[in-house]
Write a protein that binds this ligand. Structure first.
Ligand code: ADP
Ligand code: ZN
Length: 666
């Protein structure tokens, strides 16, 4: 072989590499290798499956010895649309294309893995009869289509039970019937489980479900079906954020359900992407219309409606005409002064629970904290046991008899003996779901009480058992974290109570109020469906807080919230990037941070603040310092390009340091 005849493949490796790497294409593999092919290559003594981005007759500037491609995967080629999407993502989220490919690739699967897995036969349905849309639904449906015809995304705002899902199904069906594909995004697996039955009844074998907890065979089925789609055979993919990486061919519609949900955001590792925003871009690339839906749209999306980028469409009434729940805010300080608190619960709440149970209806108690107590403290010396690896108190889990770190899972056996003064005087402080469950059982010994939080639902069987029994009315009172706030439909649930509700407001985050409002609305959406009017009781030490006021009055203060964001220069009025520096050595970290601070301070057109120590400033043995960058909405890509270069060169050569860049942090 002479040098002139050699062909080189520039490939993308699933690694955080700055550039594409070239490999020689051996003659015998030449006919099989095209742009988009997946090839086997070696790098640093390991074999990777890489993607061919380019084929050329020179190998760029690289002067060292160039290796050969060692094999070709039988998988179909990555399309230009996929590359366009990956490249957009790398530039928008300030990561490398290798990191995007790695994210896309873990959502994928190789043919080899597939051969080991069983392929389930799929049921064939179609011909399902629809229920007729109500007049309000019909109107919303038409408005959405009108918006689509103008090329404008639609934001469907409607309370839980207003019939949004029914509208999505109708929109999707039209596309499937035309042989096109539909992406139906939900933020959490629990929601996809809920929806899958309903969608299966309509779409049968044309329904593909996609998330990371599935078996390889199921995920492979989605990939294969989509690659072979587009020939008049459409599919609907019900999936989590990673489904934006699926190999869509003819994408006719994207539905983004619960668009406000922060679970759409991947926080680690890079790409730190928001599935909602990526789906918007995917829609653009495929010229596919997008409908976003929520009972509590994000301020970002409402801003887009206000500025004409989206069409806002409202569904006001619940489909079954059920009334929205009654809202009661209970002042725990006042109640306590009047001697009307019984431990964690006000006497009025206990009375309300009792009345609800007497009517044969069900109760949900919400507390956004799992564990028995968020910390234990010594009454003799004041010591609070902390995690050895993270700067946080250890949570007490009474049932397991352990103190546990919720960041890194570090655990020690709990005894009352204080590790500092050796007296047997440790006591639990505060309350989590486990303690609430215990106390409720004491107050209502005849009621069936269960708990639903990340600890209990670690077992999938236990999770579905509890949901089934609660839905069937076999559980009277369910105590749970936000896991329970989303999507579940319990017909007989008529009372929702929030214990220590203020803890959701006390976050160091400009979105805290928006989140709290969304959570309250989600929770109230769980009550009073179909037959019973619900009630929601909020136990608060700050009953006059604007979030409760907004929730009680239901007044439209979106513009107040938006103007607050505007006044203080927060998104959506500006763009934000969060840069986190991590190092195992505290002194070295602060030295690096001050160096970076100096550099960032010199960049024009950005506002940089930091370094700050976050509330939890040590996680898994690494100390953390954070910078916040703000800049104008219009100057995004130029600033990001400069910043990315700066950070890459800053990080290089500092082996102990990690720099995590988070664009549009939530
Ligand atoms: P959302 O998605 O807004 O929470 P859903 O679409 O789930 O609302 O509708 C709420 C309830 O009303 C569901 O039980 C659904 O089956 C029912 N429903 C909605 N639209 C119709 C319709 N046109 N005909 C009959 N039942 C409907
Ligand atoms: Zn820890």
């Amino acid at each position: 072989m002479t040098g002139e005849n050699l062909k080189y493949a520039e490939v993308i490796l699933p690694l955080k590499l700055k550039m594409e790497v070239s490999y020689i294409i051996p003659e015998n593999l030449e006919p099989e290798i095209n742009i988009g092919s997946r090839v086997r290559v070696e790098m640093g003594g390991r074999e990777y499956i890489a993607v061919v981005r380019n084929i050329s007759s020179n190998c760029g500037e690289y002067a060292g010895k160039i290796k050969e491609v060692t094999g070709v995967e039988p998988a179909p080629a990555i399309t230009e649309k996929e590359f366009e999407f990956w490249e957009w993502m790398a530039s928008y989220y300030m990561c490398t294309i290798g990191e995007v490919y790695r994210a896309a690739f873990t959502s994928s699967i190789t043919e080899q893995e597939h051969k080991k897995a069983r392929n389930r036969p799929s049921k064939i349905k179609a011909g399902e009869e629809f229920s007729k849309l109500s007049a309000a639904q019909e109107k919303a449906f038409e408005e959405i289509k009108q918006s689509f015809s103008k090329g404008v995304p639609a934001l469907l705002e409607g309370i839980t039970g207003s019939g949004k899902t029914e509208i999505y199904i109708r929109l999707a069906k039209e596309e499937i019937d035309k042989g096109r594909c539909v992406l139906y995004l939900v933020p959490e697996i629990a929601l996809s489980r809920q929806l899958s039955e309903r969608l299966n009844a309509v779409f049968g074998e044309r329904l593909l479900i996609f998330h990371s907890k599935q078996s390889p065979a199921e995920r492979f089925r989605a990939h294969k079906a989509l690659r072979e789609s587009g020939d008049g055979k459409g599919y609907i993919v019900l999936g989590l954020r990673s489904s934006v990486f699926l190999p869509f061919r003819e994408l006719g519609l994207i539905i983004i359900d619960e668009e406000h949900d922060s679970s759409y955001k991947q926080t680690d590792p890079a790409p730190r992407y928001n599935g909602r925003d990526c789906a918007m871009m995917l829609g653009k690339i495929h010229s596919a219309p997008v409908v976003l839906g929520s009972a509590t749209p994000s301020l970002e999306s409402q801003f887009n409606v206000a500025s004409g980028r989206y069409t806002g469409i409202l569904l006001k009434e619940r489909f079954y005409g059920a009334e929205t729940p009654e809202i009661v805010v209970l002042d725990t300080i006042r109640e306590s002064k009047r001697g009307k608190m019984n431990g964690l619960f006000s006497q009025q709440l206990i009375k309300e629970i009792e009345n609800t149970l007497l009517k044969g209806e069900q109760v949900l108690i919400f507390r956004n904290r799992r564990s028995y107590s968020p910390l234990v403290q010594c009454t003799n010396c004041g010591h609070i046991p902390l995690c050895t690896h993270c700067n946080v108190p250890l949570n007490y889990h009474k049932g397991k008899g352990i103190l546990l770190c919720h960041y890194c899972d570090f655990r020690i056996r709990y005894t009352q003996v204080c590790p500092a003064c050796r007296e047997a005087t440790l006591e639990d402080k505060g309350s989590g779901t486990e303690k609430i469950e215990e106390k409720i059982k004491e107050i209502f010994p005849f009621a069936t009480v269960a708990r639903f939080d990340a600890e209990v639902t670690r077992s999938k069987r236990e999770e579905s058992r509890i949901l089934k029994e609660y839905a069937a009315g076999k559980i009277d009172i369910l105590v749970g974290t936000q896991m329970i706030s989303k999507g579940f439909d319990f017909e007989n649930l008529s009372l929702v109570a929030l214990i220590q509700a203020d803890s959701m407001l006390a976050l160091d985050d400009f979105r805290a109020n928006e989140r709290a409002f969304q959570l309250l609305t989600q929770l109230s959406g769980r009550t009073g469906r179909k037959h019973v009017r619900g009630k929601i009781i909020i136990q608060s030490a700050q009953p006059k807080h604007p979030v409760y006021h907004l929730f009680e009055t239901g007044s439209d203060t979106v513009y107040d919230q938006l103007s607050e964001r505007k006044e203080f220069d927060y998104p959506p009025y500006v763009r934000m990037i969060k840069i986190t520096l991590k190092d195992r050595n505290r002194e070295r970290l602060s030295e690096y941070a001050s160096q970076l601070g100096d550099t960032l301070g010199r960049i024009r057109n950005i506002e940089c603040s930091g370094p700050f120590a976050p509330l939890t400033d040590k996680i898994r043995g690494e100390f953390l310092l954070v910078f916040w960058i703000k800049f104008s909405r219009n100057s995004g890509s130029a600033i990001k390009t400069g910043l990315k270069e700066l950070l890459t060169s800053f990080e290089s050569g500092k082996s102990s340091l990690t720099v995590a860049t988070d664009v549009d942090p939530v």
